[in-house]
Design a protein around this ligand. Structure first.
Ligand code: ZN
Length: 74
């Protein structure tokens, strides 16, 4: 009998991606670090300074249009 139970390990591949997080506690703004910023960017939502960090992103997030813009490497 075919078992379609999902395998949690490889159902949604994730990658640690370098991102910029908004420094504001009340804002969820963040962006991928794929534009080779020469200076620290500002949050596109609230204009606060941004802090470099890491984020686990599902690889499938990158599929489709704009994947290069989104900084997808796959
Ligand atoms: Zn912000």
């Amino acid at each position: 009998m075919y078992n379609s139970r999902k395998k949690p390990m490889d159902e949604i591949p994730e990658e640690i991606t370098t991102v910029w997080n908004c420094a504001s506690d009340t804002c969820n703004g963040w962006m991928r670090d794929n534009f080779a910023f020469s200076v620290e960017p500002t949050c596109p939502i609230c204009g606060s300074a941004m802090v470099k960090g890491e984020k686990k992103l599902a690889v499938r997030f990158c599929h489709g249009e704009g994947r290069e813009k989104a900084g997808c490497f796959k």
